[in-house]
Design a protein around this ligand. Structure first.
Ligand SMILES: CC/C=C\C=C\CC(=O)SCCNC(=O)CCNC(=O)[C@H](O)C(C)(C)COP(=O)(O)OP(=O)(O)OC[C@H]1O[C@@H](n2cnc3c(N)ncnc32)[C@H](O)[C@@H]1OP(=O)(O)O
Length: 303
């Protein structure tokens, strides 16, 4: 082996062992089996569902990796905003039906109803955690959907902060068609996201395909782009704009929105009051004020 090949082999090996990838904007990009993480711009992380040959369907590994990945990004001071998209033909075809049948059939190996129930209760909880990981991540998550977003995909994107899609994208709350009541978030989040229980219930009961145009009309997505590349490019600009602002202000804003979405207003007000009795003392406040007054860009410390 020539010395250059040896060096490259060593670098690839040490990066893999250390969980690092040689990226320009960060020294901190762990890789996963079902998710690809990159850092396209400073402070902007891109998470891609990475099972393109299987339409990015959700496997037991993917549910677990969503938790690990979004929890790591939440804790990563170099990350200020996350873009979530899918590789390949579709954003996602939902849960991997073969894997799901296999996992669920493990319950049937148990002889007693209480033990079967406990097994399934745990499994559903683990899957719910994979979706809720997006909400628990204090950095804003911007989802970009192209082509199909089926079943678990809708659960996933309704836990994101902002949603965008391409013109040929479509959404389907498919669960009733496969004999399930959706149980990892759509029933709880979709009505709040679109602000219409009537439309949400119609979509959940009928499992009809919702095209991009209608998704925009009902407020499921903020904007529709011609194709995936232009969508990612434009959303990258939104992400950079968010990343340029005080991470204290942005992250506490997300925490307050999430906390308040399922609580009465007085509780939300108390929560932000307690948060801001500390956060208003941050240097970010002064830096932002100076930047606004002088029309200059502020540099904020990592958070
Ligand atoms: C505790 C429970 C937690 C979560 C539960 C979540 C529930 C769900 O996610 S419900 C939704 C489940 N998904 C589906 O029902 C997928 C339905 N499939 C489709 O809509 C389409 O196949 C497609 C994903 C949009 C892809 O369309 P297209 O590009 O036209 O390819 P096809 O020819 O339809 O499919 C090719 C091949 O892929 C198989 N396949 C598609 N999706 C899945 C899947 N989710 N799991 C397993 N296999 C899937 C499809 O059956 C075809 O297989 P062949 O053997 O080639 O026929």
């Amino acid at each position: 082996m020539c010395s250059l090949t040896k060096t490259l082999t060593y670098l690839r090996y040490s990066n893999r062992v250390l969980g690092l990838s040689p990226r320009l904007y960060s020294s901190n990009t762990p890789q996963y089996e079902t998710l690809a993480v990159s850092v396209p711009k400073k402070y902007v992380y891109h998470v891609e569902l990475n099972r393109p040959k299987n339409f990015n369907t959700f496997t037991p590994t993917m549910w677990k990796e969503l938790v690990t990945c979004f929890s790591a990004l939440s804790d990563n001071p170099e990350c200020r905003v996350v873009i979530l998209s899918g590789q390949g033909k579709h954003f996602t075809g939902g849960i991997d039906l073969n894997g799901f049948v296999e996992s669920a059939s493990k319950a049937h190996e148990l002889s007693d109803v209480a033990r079967k129930a406990r097994f399934l209760y745990k499994m559903i909880g683990q899957y719910q955690d994979g979706i809720t990981a997006l909400e628990n991540c204090v950095k804003p998550v911007l989802a970009v959907v192209h082509s199909a977003c089926v079943g678990a995909g809708v659960d996933l994107i309704t836990a994101a902060d902002v949603r965008y899609c391409t013109e040929e994208a479509w959404f389907q709350v498919k669960e009733v068609d496969v004999g399930l009541a959706a149980d990892v978030g759509t029933l709880q989040r979709l009505p709040k996201v679109i602000g219409s229980t009537s439309i949400a219930r119609e979509l959940c009961f009928t499992a009809r395909k919702l095209p991009a145009k209608e998704a925009l009309e009902i407020g499921l997505v903020s904007k529709v782009f011609p194709d995936r590349d232009s969508a990612i490019q434009q959303v990258l600009e939104v992400a950079q704009s968010i990343a340029s602002k005080s991470p204290v202000a942005v992250q506490v804003t997300k925490q307050s929105l999430i906390y308040s979405q399922s609580r009465p207003t007085p509780e939300g007000l108390e929560h932000i009051r307690v948060m801001n009795q500390t956060m208003l003392q941050s240097d970010d406040l002064t830096k932002s004020a100076i930047s606004q007054a002088t029309k200059t860009e502020a540099e904020f410390d990592d958070l």
